[in-house]
Design a protein around this ligand. Structure first.
Ligand code: C2E
Ligand code: MG
Ligand code: MG
Ligand code: MG
Length: 278
């Protein structure tokens, strides 16, 4: 009986494993399809300064599957990275964001002092063709480099410091800005902050969320802000959801923010209607 029971458990386990791998294969297939036919959209979330002025927007990818509805990028970007599709998707994102900003510039709906923040996957960044692609896109859309901010993550820097440094310097010499996304959640060393040409740290929302109640989080955010100031790096707090967060951040000298308190990511027309005033 025990043997039989064990066998049944194993059969069940196998069935579940099969379901997981079927779902995974289905997602890979759907991702290939979505990439080939450009079935993605970009949403835009406002970035705000302490004067309550717009200073830019983060472009965030959205994928609406026919069957499953919206699938979170937190779910499909890691899959796209694993199967190598992220390069094509990332190139699409850059093209789409720059083409949108070019239109807004022409329509007087984007100021040259604002930055469009674009997430760049480590795999995309490490491609030999990344820099030429970036240059070509800037030229093609005729968007000033100072309107563009690339968000990279700390973990990327671990792989090959020398080549990261070289590439980042080349990006800086174009006039494009560089930010570290989700700062504090990765493995980067403080040495990198000193060595690399970084313009902005985006403090991860996990530290901002409990800022008002958790003494450790408050200490961390405080320390990051002080360190960044000494290194002449700007700090932006992610995940600002309430007025009290905003007030507290302002008190501790954090002057750039992004989060639901100011606005959710929105499609281009809604973003302009909500945040761009002439
Ligand atoms: P991220 O770059 O750190 O983006 C911030 C995420 O936090 C976004 O989720 C945004 O909608 C969400 N968020 C913004 N404000 C708040 C807030 O006040 N509270 C809370 N709880 N969340 C907030 P989203 O759009 O689902 O994106 C998730 C992640 O997917 C991004 O994290 C980024 O790592 C990745 N991603 C999104 N778009 C792209 C893309 O175009 N390329 C690449 N490579 N990755 C992307
Ligand atoms: Mg980001
Ligand atoms: Mg982030
Ligand atoms: Mg994040």
């Amino acid at each position: 009986r025990a043997k039989e029971c064990g066998r049944n458990t194993f059969a069940l386990y196998k069935k579940e494993m099969q379901a997981v791998s079927d779902a995974r294969l289905e997602m890979e297939k759907a991702l290939h399809h979505a990439t080939e036919f450009k079935l993605f959209e970009l949403y835009y979330q406002p970035q705000i300064n302490d004067q309550n002025e717009l200073i830019g927007a983060e472009a965030l990818i959205r994928w609406k599957d026919d069957k499953k509805g919206f699938i979170s990028p937190a779910e499909f970007i890691p899959v796209a990275e694993e199967i190598g599709l992220i390069v094509e998707i990332g190139d699409w994102v850059l093209n789409e964001a720059l083409s949108q900003v070019a239109v807004w510039l022409k329509e007087g709906k984007w100021q040259v002092s604002w930055r469009i923040s674009i997430n760049v996957s480590p795999i995309q960044f490490q491609q030999a063709g990344f820099l030429p692609m970036l240059k070509a896109q800037l030229q093609k859309h005729d968007v000033p480099a100072c309107c563009v901010d690339l968000e990279i993550t700390e973990n990327m820097l671990l792989n090959d410091l020398a080549s990261s440094l070289e590439k980042m310097n080349a990006i800086k010499s174009l006039g494009v800005y560089l930010s570290i996304d989700d700062f504090g959640t990765g493995y980067s060393s403080l040495k990198y902050l000193k060595l690399l040409p970084i313009d902005r740290l985006k403090i991860d929302q996990s530290f901002v969320r409990d800022l008002l109640t958790d003494k450790s989080d408050e200490a961390i955010v405080h320390a990051v802000i002080a360190m960044a100031k000494a290194l002449n790096i700007e700090v932006l707090a992610e995940g600002v959801e309430t007025l009290s967060h905003y007030d507290r951040l302002r008190e501790i000298n954090c002057f750039c923010y992004q989060g639901y308190y100011f606005g959710h990511p929105l499609p281009p027309d809604k973003f302009v209607a909500a945040f761009v005033h002439d």
